[in-house]
Design a protein around this ligand. Structure first.
Ligand SMILES: O=C(O)CCC(=O)C(=O)O
Ligand SMILES: [Fe+2]
Length: 513
């Protein structure tokens, strides 16, 4: 029988038993040895409650099965194991991050992983068992196999956040009427005359909300900016006119523009918003578990209990088939583009002429407000998302989204029927001290063959609370210089929104409309 030195028993359990008292519980003894020898046990056990009643001695030498452990001890073991699992999960990811920084092969992905999130998604899991939605909630998974499934999914999510920053989520349980319905309704709305859409145009007062015509959005880069080639409607977390924060003129706290005479579109957006909020929260719970954080980490008042979400309905017009200017531009830039990036996957050939980065001339031309039709054949320039988690509902059958790997190669993220493309944003990177990556991505102009009527996508940006202060969590080790300054999310968002437009242009458009 192994014994444990008294010194080692200076744990929260020391008051419970002397080492001899543990002798009848060999399983417990092995567990305790593991606990006291674990490098992170102090942190991990800090909050474990002390046992209320003293343990009674079993017959000496009896091999007591875990099921027969006194309930307090069994409960402590369960809690402790869970805390240790979390601590080691965070350590595992942090170690893998260090390895990845030295040799970033992990981030040399060539495809986006597909993850079945049904174990996390109440509604999906509850299908077929009427009225039992509550029973399959991930954080209260009632039986061991449910919990094991949640842990497996959570680990897959955390690995994808670390190695790729993108994943497809299937098994989310969102009904096709909602998933397809919002894109159909958006298409119908974008088909309306510009004059009609412009009635809902973004203005300096609308704080990013409203309709943005082709070319209104810009993506900035070191040489200036390039115009994105899409039209969009942006909807944010909504507020009533008489909300105290609206009355107090808190930044970005304004009502969304009402899409008058577009009840179907508004209804479809609301339905998608509700589902995206549900699925987003469930996936974030999985990511928290996989990262070794508390299950509810992203559901707290200090994090994202009341996300300041943003939702965009976007239409990307197809690549013009006979625009000599565009072809000339692509030819000019092919050589330069080849030096810095290559494209992998099925999309590479189709878009061989469509991947050039914006040239200096285009940037300058756009600055002067010259011919917008000269825009490069990228619909949305390369960028990272700002918040926690983005869920993209993309047009089936139209390939356009690309993700950059650690070699600088562009990897296709083609639509998978019924799946969301999910990607993590800057705030999750910051919380995790860079363990998770907010990965660069872009949208190519869809081909006319695949998207004669344009490509529709409806990304939902699941963000922290407006007032959340985001900084690296202790579990992810010494704070990297890059993440040293805490970020107040609302401020970060405001700066990003301002950078999304060329101010004069927006003001001008607002006056025009
Ligand atoms: O349309 C897409 O597929 C992605 C759009 C996107 O990356 C964004 O709006 O941030
Ligand atoms: Fe994005």
């Amino acid at each position: 029988m192994r014994t444990i030195a008294r010194a080692q028993l200076a744990t929260p359990y020391a008051n419970l038993l002397s080492p001899d008292d543990w002798a009848p519980f060999p399983d417990a003894l092995r567990w305790l040895e593991r606990v006291v020898n674990h490098p992170t046990w102090i942190a991990a056990l800090g909050k474990v409650p002390k046992c209320a009643t003293p343990l009674t001695r079993a017959a000496p030498g009896a091999d007591v099965p875990v099921a027969a452990w006194p309930p307090e001890l069994a409960e402590m073991r369960r809690e402790t194991d869970e805390r240790l699992r979390r601590a080691s999960e965070a350590a595992r990811l942090a170690a893998a991050k260090d390895a990845a920084c030295e040799d970033s092969t992990k981030r040399f992905f060539s495809a986006i992983p597909v993850i079945d999130v049904s174990s996390l998604c109440r509604r999906a899991a509850a299908e077929g068992s009427e009225g039992s939605e509550e029973a399959s909630c991930a954080s209260c998974a009632s039986n061991a196999s449910d919990r094991a499934a949640v842990l497996k999914t959570s680990r897959e999510l955390a690995d994808a956040c670390r190695d790729v920053g993108f994943f497809y989520a299937v098994g989310h349980g969102v009904d096709a009427t909602v998933y397809d319905g919002v894109r159909d309704a958006a298409r119908e709305w974008f088909d309306r005359p510009l004059e009609h859409k412009s009635r809902h145009a973004i203005t300096p007062e609308s704080a990013g909300r409203g309709y943005q015509p082709l070319g209104a959005n810009v993506t900035r880069h070191e040489r200036g900016f390039a115009r994105d080639w899409h039209e969009a409607v942006d909807v944010y977390k909504d507020f009533e006119e008489n909300d105290p924060d609206v009355l107090a003129k808190k930044p970005l706290h304004v009502p969304n523009p009402r899409l008058t005479d577009a009840a179907a579109f508004e209804g479809a957006l609301r339905a998608w918003r509700d589902e995206a909020l549900r699925v987003g929260a469930e996936i974030l719970r999985g990511i928290a578990i996989g990262l070794g954080l508390d299950d509810d980490f992203f559901a707290r008042e200090t994090t994202a209990s009341d996300p300041f979400f943003v939702m965009r309905a976007i239409r990307y017009p197809p690549l013009p088939t006979t625009t000599a200017a565009a072809e000339d531009r692509a030819d000019d830039d092919d050589a330069a583009a080849a030096e810095t990036t290559t494209t992998t996957g099925a999309n590479a050939h189709a878009h061989a002429h469509a991947i050039a980065a914006p040239s200096e001339t285009d940037v300058v031309a756009a600055k002067r407000g010259d011919d917008l039709s000269k825009a490069v054949p990228i619909s949305c320039g390369e960028h990272c998302d700002y918040g926690l988690l983005t869920l993209v509902n993309q047009d089936p059958g139209v390939r356009a989204l690309q993700v950059k790997n650690a070699r600088g190669e562009w990897v296709d993220a083609p639509p998978i029927e019924g799946a969301f493309v999910c990607n993590i944003g800057d705030m999750l990177e910051l919380y995790t001290n860079g363990v998770c990556r907010s990965t660069t991505h872009r949208v190519l102009m869809p081909s006319a063959e695949e998207a004669a009527d344009g490509r529709i996508s409806v990304p939902f940006f699941f963000e922290p609370n407006f007032d959340a202060i985001v900084s690296p969590l202790a579990a992810f080790g010494d704070v990297h210089e890059k993440y040293a300054t805490p970020v107040k999310y609302g401020e970060h968002l405001r700066r990003k929104i301002e950078a999304n437009f060329e101010t004069d242009r927006v003001t001008m458009r607002a006056r025009e409309s």
